[in-house]
Ligand binder design. Structure first.
Ligand code: FAD
Length: 338
């Protein structure tokens, strides 16, 4: 069980909108803790289209999605936000004094004065392959749907399954970390980037990884923890290999997940907000970015940035009802600090 984290605003979702909210909150001297189910910040931009150029961010005629996230991370540095990544917020409770307690899948507890839900399309859930007894070995027993920390696999024998960017990238990366990496792919050609596929082939030819094509992992074996997997070829031939970890990387799909159970007003899986401050039906809880809905809503990063600014003003008033805030331009106040 992790220690309790205490902050002013807990932001659920480290997509572009959640990250920019840290900046706007920082200008108001509000501290933020950001939680995301994914192991890296950036939401859809990092997970779905990091190498795609975006053309409608003001003052950037063109910027790669991944670079936009890098810039946002740099922009919020002066405010020292803290992060819990790779954990999903499961539930929260509003206390009698109007503050909140949030709990993640891994038992992290966050105490905060306001909550900003910037959950986008929901949390990304792994696409699981249809392998019997997969679930028996989840939760630290040998099956990992994401690589949260590559060091976890140091000197371990691992089998990765998949043919997209994630499977290729992690195979290439973990070849230098794990003691043995086997990549199993059901086809003969990869969906991921051609240069990553090329690297995998080069590593295979150099004997640094094993590559098993036209095959699937079909069975998992072990008592308390995973010990072996059976790899079956499309021709029916099977072999059972010992391993420490099985990493199926078949992509992630967004699901509204637990947010749907938090008793907030919803329409079509989006949280209904008041556009004055992006407050939800529960006082002290705000929703910004793709996750909210209101008349005229546009699911655009630009709109999410605007919502983040107004949300922080609302959260400030909620946290400090007696304090007066006067808007000051950043050009007047100088470089932002906390
Ligand atoms: P997201 O980016 O979806 O991030 C939300 C985060 O919340 C996710 O990382 C998720 O894991 C996390 N989360 C959700 N629930 C939980 C939970 N319970 N616990 C922990 N974490 C949780 N927009 C533009 O403006 N211009 C474009 O050119 C453009 N191009 C696009 C191209 C593609 C291919 C796609 C898919 C989208 C594009 N968009 C574009 C839309 C843009 O990506 C979204 O508007 C933007 O990502 C919304 O940001 P967000 O921060 O609200 O949510």
């Amino acid at each position: 069980m992790s220690a309790v984290i205490s902050t002013d605003i807990c932001i659920i979702g480290a997509g572009p909108v959640g990250l920019f909210a840290v900046f706007e909150a920082g200008l108001l001297k509000l501290r933020c803790h950001v939680v995301d189910a994914l192991p890296q910040p950036g939401g859809q931009l990092s997970e779905i289209y990091p190498k795609k150029p975006i053309y409608d961010i003001p003052s950037y005629p063109e910027i790669l999605a991944g670079d936009l996230i890098d810039n946002l991370m740099k922009q919020i540095e002066p405010f020292h936000p803290t992060f819990t990544l790779g954990e999903r917020v499961e539930r929260f409770a509003r206390l009698d004094d109007g503050s909140f307690q949030l709990y993640t899948t891994d038992g992290t507890e966050i105490q905060c004065k306001a909550v900003a839900i910037a959950g986008g399309l929901g949390s990304f859930e792994p696409r699981k392959p249809a392998v019997e007894s997969l679930e028996r070995f989840e939760g630290g027993k040998g099956v990992h749907y994401m690589v949260r920390d590559p060091e976890h696999f140091r000197d371990k024998k691992i089998v990765i399954a998949g043919g997209g960017d994630s499977a290729l990238d992690w195979t290439n990366f973990l070849a230098n970390v794990a003691s043995e990496v086997t990549l199993v792919h059901r086809g003969t050609t990869f969906r991921g980037a051609a240069d990553s596929a090329e690297k995998v082939k080069t590593l295979h030819e150099a004997g640094k990884i094993k590559l098993v094509l036209s095959s699937n992992v079909t069975h998992l074996h072990g008592d308390d923890t995973l010990q072996q997997v059976t790899i079956t070829g499309n021709n029916g031939e099977a072999e059972t290999v010992p391993l420490d970890a099985f990493v199926p990387l078949f992509g992630l799909t967004p699901k509204l997940g637990p947010i749907g159970d938090w008793n907030l007003d919803l329409t079509d899986d989006a949280i209904v907000v008041n556009t004055e401050d992006y407050s939800t039906s529960l006082p002290g809880v705000y929703a910004i970015g793709d996750i909210n809905t209101y008349p005229g809503k546009l699911k655009l990063i630009l709109c999410g940035f605007h919502e983040a600014a107004l949300m922080c003003q609302g959260a400030f008033k909620y946290i400090y009802p007696d304090k007066k805030y006067t808007l000051k331009y950043t050009t007047v106040n100088g470089a932002p600090t906390m």
